[in-house]
Design a protein around this ligand. Structure first.
Ligand SMILES: Cc1cc2nc3c(=O)[nH]c(=O)nc-3n(C[C@H](O)[C@H](O)[C@H](O)COP(=O)(O)OP(=O)(O)OC[C@H]3O[C@@H](n4cnc5c(N)ncnc54)[C@H](O)[C@@H]3O)c2cc1C
Length: 409
C-alpha cells in the first residue's frame, strides 16, 4: 500500500490521517508542534454546520471604516501589513459582490452539509461523547439595527436550507438568564452542537490513528525534493521518501506549497481567546456577541471568549489591545466572569474567496492540498479528511469539489 505523509497535525491533518489509515495506507503525520495545539486548539468550539455565510459580504467595503473606528468592533487591521499585501485585500473585496457571495455560500453549504455525518463516522469509532454538547448556539444582536442588518445573512441561510430561529429578549433570557441586559434580540442555529474540549477531541482521534498503526514525527518540514516516483521530505534530523504528500499546514501551507513551485494567495485572519475562571455554570451554550465578533463558551476549565478578526500577518506578536477589548466586552455581557486564567492568539488560514483549497497540485499529481478553512476549519475537519482519502485512492469524491480547486488561482 502507498506510503503517505500528512504534513500538519491540526484538525484537518488529524482527520485526514485517520481516514487514510482506515483505508489501509501507510501514513505518517508530521508536525513541528504537538497534535491539535495550534489554530485547532483555541477556537470558539462550534461545529458550525450552519456557517455558510462568508466573511466577504456585499457592503463590507463601506462598513470597514466604521468597524475600524469602533474601539470594541470585531475587526482590526495593521495598515502597514495591508499596504504590503494589497493584492490579497483587493482580491478579498472583489469577492464581496452579491453574485459572488451567493456562489461562495452555496459552495460552503455543499461541504457543510456533509460535516456532521463525516464527524459521526469518526465518533462511532472514537468515543468523544463527554466532550460534545447539543445545546444550540445563540447569536446576540446589540441593537435593532444590527438585527435588521443581518437579514442578508438570513436570506443566504434560507436559500441554502440552513434553519435558524429568531428570539425576542424574553426568549433569550429564558435560555440564558445570566447574560446581562445588553442585547436587543437573538437567534438560535437549529440543531447546532459544540465541543467543551477541542484538544481532547483532537487527541482522541490522533490516539486512534496511532492505535491503527499510524506514525507520528514531531519535526519541522524544512524542504523537499520531487523525484519521478516519490517526494523526499527533509525534516530537522530526518529525510524520508513518500509516494504522496498531503499538505494540511493551515496558515503556514503556502511555505510548503512554495517549495513545490505552487503559490496561493493564502493569508491569515488572526483571532484571540481569553479563558476566564469560574466555579459555576454561567451559560449553557456558545453565546455570540455580534457587536464585537466573539463567542462566549463554557468549556471544561472555564469560560472561553473566542473570536474577532485581525489582519496583521503570521509573524507579528499578539495585540494586547484586542485582548483588552475582548475582556471588556465579555465582562459587559457576562458580568459574573472570574479572573483571566490565560490568553491565546490563533491564525485562521484564509483565501480571498473564503473557500478552502482541497485538491491535487497542478504541478505534481502526488501532492494534495487541504488548507484555507478560515472561520470553519474545526467544523470541516472530518469532511475534508474524507475527501482527501478519496483523492488519495484516485477516486472521485462523492462531493463536487470543483469550487475548492487549487487551479482557481
Ligand atoms: C478565534 C478563533 C475562533 C474560531 N472558531 C471556530 C469555530 O467555532 N468553529 C470552527 O469550525 N472553526 C473555528 N475557527 C477556525 C478553525 O480554528 C481553523 O479553521 C482550523 O483550526 C484550522 O485547522 P488546520 O488543521 O487547517 O490548521 P492548524 O490547526 O493551524 O494546524 C496546522 C498545523 O500545521 C503545522 N505546520 C505548519 N507548518 C509546518 C511545517 N513546515 N512542518 C511541520 N508542521 C507544520 C502547525 O504546527 C499546525 O499544527 C476559529 C479560529 C479562531 C482563530
Amino acid at each position: 500500500m502507498k506510503n503517505i505523509a500528512v504534513v500538519g497535525a491540526g484538525i484537518v491533518g488529524i482527520c485526514s490521517a485517520y481516514f487514510l489509515k482506515k483505508s489501509g495506507f501507510q501514513v505518517t503525520l508530521i508536525d513541528k508542534e504537538k497534535p491539535g495545539t495550534m489554530t485547532s486548539f483555541g477556537h470558539a468550539c462550534s461545529f458550525a454546520d450552519y456557517a455558510n455565510v462568508p466573511v466577504n459580504y456585499p457592503g463590507l467595503l463601506w462598513d470597514i471604516p466604521s468597524m475600524l473606528l469602533r474601539k470594541d468592533g470585531p475587526l482590526a487591521v495593521d495598515f502597514f501589513y495591508i499596504i504590503k499585501n494589497l493584492p490579497w485585500a483587493i482580491n478579498f473585496l472583489k469577492n464581496c459582490r452579491k453574485e459572488k457571495v451567493d456562489e461562495i455560500a452555496t459552495s460552503l453549504t455543499n461541504l457543510l452539509k456533509h460535516s456532521q455525518l463525516s464527524y459521526d463516522e469518526i465518533f462511532k469509532d472514537v468515543n468523544v461523547k463527554e466532550f460534545i454538547s447539543h445545546e444550540e448556539n445563540l447569536y446576540l444582536f446589540d441593537t435593532k439595527k444590527s438585527f435588521e442588518n443581518y437579514e442578508y445573512a438570513n436570506n443566504i441561510r434560507k436559500k441554502n436550507n440552513v434553519k435558524v430561529r429568531n428570539l425576542n429578549k424574553d426568549e433569550v433570557k429564558e435560555l440564558e438568564p445570566n447574560i446581562a441586559d445588553v442585547y436587543y434580540a437573538g437567534q438560535v442555529f437549529t440543531g447546532s452542537r459544540h465541543t467543551t474540549n477541542p484538544l481532547a477531541i483532537s487527541n482522541k482521534i490522533f490516539d486512534k490513528f496511532i492505535e491503527l498503526g499510524g506514525m507520528y514525527i514531531n519535526q519541522n518540514v524544512k524542504n523537499l525534493i520531487q523525484n519521478e516516483k516519490n517526494i523526499e521530505l527533509f525534516m530537522e534530523d530526518k529525510k524520508i521518501k513518500f509516494d504522496k504528500i498531503i499538505i494540511c499546514a493551515g496558515a503556514w501551507s503556502n511555505q510548503i506549497a512554495n517549495m513545490l513551485g505552487d503559490k496561493f494567495p493564502l493569508d491569515t485572519e488572526r483571532g484571540y481567546h481569553i479563558l476566564f475562571e469560574t466555579n459555576e455554570k454561567l451559560i449553557n451554550r456558545p453565546v455570540a456577541w455580534s457587536e464585537s465578533g466573539f463567542y462566549l463558551i463554557q468549556i471544561h476549565n472555564g469560560v472561553r471568549a473566542a473570536g474577532t478578526v485581525e489582519i496583521a500577518g503570521l509573524n507579528k506578536s499578539p495585540n494586547k489591545k484586542r485582548l483588552n477589548m475582548i475582556e471588556r466586552q465579555s465582562r459587559k455581557v457576562l458580568p459574573q466572569l472570574g479572573k483571566v486564567q490565560s490568553t491565546w492568539m490563533g491564525r485562521r488560514p484564509t483565501l480571498p474567496d473564503s473557500l478552502p483549497i482541497i485538491g491535487k497540485s497542478q504541478k505534481n499529481n502526488n501532492v494534495i492540498y487541504a488548507f484555507g478553512h478560515q472561520h470553519i476549519g474545526w467544523t470541516l475537519g472530518a469532511v475534508t479528511g474524507k475527501i482527501i482519502d478519496s483523492l488519495s485512492q484516485d477516486h472521485i469524491p462523492n462531493i463536487d469539489i470543483s469550487a475548492y480547486s487549487p487551479a482557481r488561482f
